[in-house]
Ligand binder design. Structure first.
Ligand SMILES: *Cc1c(COP(=O)(O)O)cnc(C)c1O
Length: 372
């Protein structure tokens, strides 16, 4: 972490590239906006830290009122706790003795919860916390449409909740029901219908569990594309959105109730790149490629001038076609809007924080690479 792409006080034009730029005014507005919305709706906010990978940002979220954060991996959770975070939900299954030993040990350093979807995993978890002498909250993951992890029906959820409740050091707390596949459905009504369908499944499972005498204190899920609908169900009491802080090109493509591609959250995250070659009049090559941004959700957009279009990318280059007569010069810097924020952030070590085009801070992405 010794090398940094910028110094505090620099103008953005002096920042070394490629760099991950965070517009702090927009970032702070996004952070406050979701906190205000959830507070007004009476639901808790537990933002997903897999997006930002920064214990500093997690602490800012908690200072604003978040109850804790979600993590996807044990090492990510360890990085958050090392950075001072006191309450983490690993919203994912943790399997295998080495990971479980680390998880059980971490439970001695913070309030910790984990998701499960298999009886064998409950047995493994119980053994790990027994050996470590710690306590762990456990949520049953209910699949609600993604067809990934998660039990597929209420009977399986009940069997798991009973198995959890049978162990002194495991505490059944509720259901984790995140519908990732619904987040980027472009059409507003279809997106809403997907979450309403998910909520029906969750409602049935809650009834089965409570009928069996197992109180469901927490129903958690939701992302940036769907959280208003989870709130609307009246069933979810914890919201896990992550991308709302930064936004990206794929979230910019989803529609609001009126069919407009506008969002209540502002694009705050950019890749800064430098023109390193102008080999043809209508072509520029910049110094940011596959190692500076992810392309799983499409190529970045040139935020400063949408008439410039990324055409080809390789490890360290992006080739951009320019409108004819473009005066874009060698050494000039341009900002790109990433296609997908989470995997893009995971490639960088620093957020270069700017206000009014001046670098005001550098924040370490301390859980970068912590995906094990
Ligand atoms: C990624 C993720 C989120 C957050 O989704 P965004 O689209 O980034 O808001 C929430 N919950 C889980 C389980 C996730 O994996």
């Amino acid at each position: 972490m010794g090398r940094q792409p910028a110094d505090i006080g620099m103008h953005i034009s002096e920042v070394d590239t490629p760099a991950l730029i965070l517009d702090l005014d927009r970032f702070e507005a996004n952070l406050a906006h979701l906190q205000d919305l959830t507070r007004a709706s009476g639901v808790r906010l537990r933002p997903h830290a897999k997006t930002h990978k920064s214990s500093r940002i997690a602490r800012l979220q908690m200072e604003a009122g978040a109850v804790g954060v979600c993590c996807q991996k044990v090492s990510e959770a360890e990085a958050m706790v090392d950075g001072g975070v006191t309450d983490v939900f690993v919203s994912n299954e943790v399997v295998g003795p080495r990971k479980l030993r680390r998880l059980a040990a971490l439970a001695g350093r913070c309030r910790l919860a984990v998701a499960v979807d298999a009886l064998d995993n409950v047995v493994e978890l119980a053994a790990a916390v027994a050996e470590a002498g710690t306590q762990l909250d456990v949520l049953v993951e209910r699949d609600v449409g993604s067809a990934r992890c998660g039990v597929r029906d209420s009977a399986a959820a009940l069997a798991l909740a009973q198995a959890i409740a049978a162990h002194d050091q495991l505490h059944f707390r509720g259901l984790h029901a995140y519908y990732g596949g619904a987040q980027h459905i472009h059409d507003y009504r279809e997106r809403r219908a997907a979450i309403m369908g998910a909520a029906e499944q969750v409602r049935e499972t809650v009834e089965v569990l409570e009928h069996a005498g197992l109180p469901v204190e927490i129903v958690t899920g939701a992302g940036t594309g769907s959280f208003p609908f989870e709130i609307e169900t009246g069933l979810y009491n914890e919201i896990q959105a992550g991308s709302y802080l930064f936004m990206d090109r794929s979230y910019a493509a989803i529609e609001d109730r009126e069919g407009r591609k506008t969002s209540e959250f502002a694009q705050s995250l950019f890749i800064l790149a430098t023109v390193m070659s102008r080999p043809e009049p209508d072509l520029a090559v910049v110094d940011a490629g596959l190692k500076a941004f992810s392309t799983d959700s499409g190529l970045p957009l040139v935020s400063d001038d949408e008439a410039m279009v990324l055409k080809r990318i390789s490890d360290e280059h992006a080739t951009i076609s320019l409108p004819s007569g473009s005066s874009l010069a060698l050494g000039q810097k341009i900002r790109l809007t990433p296609g997908h924020c989470d995997p893009t952030i995971n490639m960088h070590e620093w957020y270069v924080c700017i206000r009014n085009d001046v670098v005001v801070d550098l924040w370490a992405i301390d859980a970068r690479g912590a995906f094990f």
